[in-house]
Design a protein around this ligand. Structure first.
Ligand code: FAS
Ligand code: PHB
Length: 389
């Protein structure tokens, strides 16, 4: 088989790139390790920046998102019983969109399949060959049969545990990492959201987040120990702890119910440089990870795809390689700002095991400054709604 762009990974990065390229007449093949249902079963991001929304429209898959998503002009930040609002719209002129990653991925799968997009599921032993030559190729097996795809370029969209980043030699690759001493225990419940905006809640007991997917599907998180497993937490114990971390008037009105999904995500900040090696380009979680506090994971994947898509279109349509040559530089410039914001917001809102009383006072003073200072709120809002591509 031959294609112009071989895409490793059928998550939101790989599918969005494949769909955008298709709209410009550029051929791709997506290789996905799992099944469509398995990919759609993973509950992850919930907040889309306007840049992501624009890309979905450009890809021709924005119709259901426009119909079913919520537009949020701001968020609530609380500490104990004290709370204040950050009004993104007032401070930046921009809002964010609440639409789950699961639905984004579903819309992209539906579009690719409706347009006979080439997606190979259950691929095993994917290997990228000759990435630093003019004739790269990818090999993989499906049901024991060996396959080879010759291509012009390879897009590594295979997430943090994928094969693409590992293909870049350690003599070329430099990695930066910070692992946080806690995780997020998340549940999905068929209950009405506790508030019409998100609530980022700090407390003496740790962080909590109240989010949502629709009027009767809520997403909640509490900071938990890395030694915890989802089985350690009954639904009742989760709800009780969540209520102790959010302002009392929300806790009193919280509608609880059985969890339909319960999982723990570890938190890390991670970046690999460069994001290009020869004809291999890394996108999304394959290249970088953020703690989900700032809702930047999926949204930095989107800006990577924006840069790579436009670079590939300029290459094929105009013979212009500047976009591809500057891909890593441009993507990393935006990624590092998102890494900083995610690290700052995580450091602000979580309890750290080794925190001294003085550290706690500094954290509470930082939150008070964010509460009282419009410039501080503008900085937070500009980062949350998404910095320019
Ligand atoms: P993905 O990991 O989504 O997709 C990679 C795909 O590649 C997967 O389908 C995988 O099966 C496939 N793959 C892997 N190795 C392969 C191989 N060798 N061959 C073929 N296919 C292979 N972000 C937020 O903004 N908010 C959140 O609340 C949030 N929660 C998260 C919770 C968890 C547990 C995780 C892991 C991430 C979370 N994220 C969150 C970040 C998440 O949304 C990512 O940013 C997003 O999934 C990035 O999309 P992709 O780059 O496509 O990577
Ligand atoms: C979510 O709804 O899953 C979500 C929202 C905002 C975040 C993280 C996760 O910062």
């Amino acid at each position: 088989m031959r294609t112009q762009v071989a895409i490793i990974g059928g998550g939101p990065s790989g599918l969005l790139l494949s769909q955008l390229l298709h709209k410009k007449g550029i051929d791709s093949v997506v290789l996905e390790r799992k099944t469509r249902d398995y990919v759609l079963g993973r509950i992850r991001a919930g907040i889309l920046e306007q840049g992501f929304v624009d890309l979905m429209h450009e890809a021709g898959v924005g119709e259901r998102m426009d119909r079913e998503s919520f537009v949020h002009d701001g968020t609530v930040v609380s500490y104990g019983d004290e709370e204040f609002g950050i009004n993104f719209k007032d401070l930046t002129g921009t809002s964010v969109v609440v639409y789950g990653q699961t639905e984004v991925t579903r819309d992209l799968y539906d579009a690719r399949e409706a347009m006979d997009g080439k997606i190979v599921f259950n691929t095993e032993n994917v290997q990228i060959h000759e990435a630093d030559s003019d004739a790269p190729y990818v090999t993989y097996t499906v049901d024991g049969s060996e396959h080879r795809i010759d291509c012009d370029f390879v897009a590594g969209c295979d997430g943090f545990h994928g094969v693409s980043r590992q293909t870049i030699p350690l003599t070329v690759r430099r990695e930066y990492e910070k692992v946080y001493p806690f995780g997020w225990l998340g549940i999905l419940s068929e209950t009405p959201p506790v508030h019409d905006e998100l609530i980022y809640a700090g407390s003496e007991r740790g962080f909590a987040l109240c989010s949502m997917r629709n009027d009767n599907l809520s997403r909640y998180y509490i900071q938990c120990s890395l030694s915890d497993s989802p089985e350690d937490w009954t639904d009742a114990a989760f709800w009780q702890e969540l209520k102790r971390r959010i302002p009392a008037h929300y806790a009193e009105n919280l509608v609880t119910g059985p969890s339909i999904e319960k999982s723990i995500a570890p938190l890390r900040s991670f970046v690999t440089e460069p994001m290009r090696w020869g004809r291999l380009f890394l996108c999304g979680d394959a290249a970088h990870i953020v703690p989900p506090t700032g809702a930047k994971g999926l949204n930095t994947a989107a800006s990577d795809i924006h840069y790579l898509y436009n670079g590939l279109v300029a290459h094929y349509h105009d013979g212009d390689d500047e976009g591809l040559d500057r891909y890593s530089e441009k993507a990393l410039a935006r990624i590092w700002k998102a890494e900083r914001f995610s690290w700052w917001f995580t450091s602000l809102m979580h309890r750290f095991p080794d925190q001294s009383d003085f550290d706690l006072k500094m954290q509470q003073a930082d939150i008070a400054f964010l509460r009282d200072n419009r410039a501080a709120q503008t900085v937070m809002a500009e980062n949350y709604v998404g910095l320019p591509y």
